[in-house]
Design a protein around this ligand. Structure first.
Ligand code: AMP
Ligand code: MG
Length: 391
């Protein structure tokens, strides 16, 4: 059995080279840039007014007289009027500043009578309320660096310099295979021994949470040949997640089925709770995670391990880790890393009740997984712990 850190290192080490693709900017939210983008143009592309007001030449104003308004310029249009001494042009936000004009006074700061305006802004300086050409980005300068995640603002920023396509890291194709003879679907009669299947929909939702959809979900009985066929039919995926049948029972046939499919085992069993029987392997194309079937173990292994592999494709860290003080004491066994369902509070993080691997009642209201170290047994209120934010 290997430690949690060793297991995570294996996943990082065996991660695949990320693929890239060209995407329309309108579909690129949340993707990570696979290229450094240079500003295609100066932004703003021309000197323009930051206010609705009056534009004039500061040095050509005698600082005593009212200004005479000789014309107007609207956003989207142009005005080639030239101002003489003590003349101004009515201007609106975003309109290009006419030649010879370097200053705008906002309309609220003037008194207008006919075509004369008296300036009432004592703080006005040369250059006030003009947004100079290239003052955000100069053409050819770096607009956004490679590996920057595209936010809504980032998309708007790139659109503002004429971009309509970007090259980003691709998301992996993920398939889910659910195993277990006892599993029935919602709506079917719950006969003794049967349970409602919940890992498939839970994993689909968790994958959607990290931006992966659609996901194919197959369900098979605990029969070697059936599991084998299900795996074979998904080997073109980048990541395959199996649940159930990975432990040591007579019907835990997943490791044997994976071997028959030519999957190279990287590790099987990790010193952790929940999710001790976790299996990780690969083919030339796919990474394979076989998770124990208990629903809380499935979710824990997904957030702690599978997301790491997804991140290696997308080059994006989907879940944040924090260091927080514990709100309660906890005693654990030595030799296993614990991942406990937790809830962050104003002061730190609280360990929830119902931590067993078949229980989801605490997981359902948790916003984080609290990691307790392998070697430590006694945790006291106030001890600092690492938490993985999952909500
Ligand atoms: P296994 O890993 O196959 O030994 O399953 C461990 C426990 O998880 C058993 O109690 C199973 O009934 C339960 N289980 C396995 N798969 C699922 C599933 N897809 N949905 C809900 N419970 C499951
Ligand atoms: Mg089973």
């Amino acid at each position: 059995m290997i430690t949690v850190s060793e297991a995570k290192n294996h996943i990082i080490k065996h991660g695949k080279q990320p693929r890239v693709e060209e995407k329309s900017l309108s579909d690129a939210l949340g993707f990570v840039l696979a290229e450094t983008l240079l500003a295609k143009i100066d932004t703003p592309p021309f000197d323009n007014s930051a206010m609705d007001g009056y534009a004039f030449s500061f040095s050509n104003w005698d600082k005593k007289s009212a200004l005479t308004v000789i014309g107007e310029v609207q956003a989207g249009s142009e005005n080639s009027l030239k101002t003489a001494a003590n003349e101004a042009i009515r201007i609106f936000t975003g309109a290009p500043a006419p030649k010879d004009v370097d200053t705008v006074i906002m309309q609220e700061k003037v008194e207008r009578k006919g075509d004369k305006i008296t300036l009432l802004d004592e703080n006005l300086k040369q250059g006030s309320n003009i947004r100079p050409k290239g003052s955000q980005t100069k053409k050819g300068a770096v607009a956004l660096q490679k590996n920057q995640e595209l936010t809504p603002a980032g998309i708007s920023y790139l659109a503002g310099m004429g971009y309509s396509k970007v090259t980003v890291y691709s998301k992996p194709k993920v398939s889910v295979i659910i195993t277990g003879k006892e599993l029935i679907k919602a709506g079917e009669t719950l006969e003794t021994g049967k349970i409602y299947e919940s890992n498939g929909i839970g994993l689909t939702a968790a994958l959607r949470q990290v931006g992966i959809e659609p996901v194919s979900v197959t369900q098979v009985d605990d029969v070697l040949k059936l599991i084998e066929n299900a795996i074979k039919s998904q080997l073109s995926s980048d990541i395959i997640i199996l649940t159930g049948g990975v432990s040591v029972g007579n019907y835990d046939l997943v490791p044997a089925a994976l071997e028959k499919c030519g999957v190279e085992k990287i590790f099987h069993k990790v010193k952790q709770k929940p999710g001790k029987p976790l299996y990780f392997g690969k083919t030339s194309n796919a990474l394979i995670f076989a998770l124990p079937g208990n629903p809380a173990a499935v979710m824990t292994c997904f957030y702690e391990y599978v997301v790491e592999a997804i991140d290696s494709f997308t080059q994006k860290r989907h879940l944040k880790s924090l260091t927080l003080p514990l709100e309660n004491d906890f005693t654990k066994k030595t030799g296993l890393t614990y991942f406990l369902k937790g809830k962050t509070t104003e002061n730190g993080v609280k360990i929830l009740n119902s931590q067993l691997s078949y229980m989801l009642n605490s997981f359902a209201i948790a916003d984080c997984l609290i990691r307790l170290d392998e070697d430590k047994t006694e945790y006291k209120k106030g001890d600092l712990v690492t938490v993985l934010m999952i909500a």
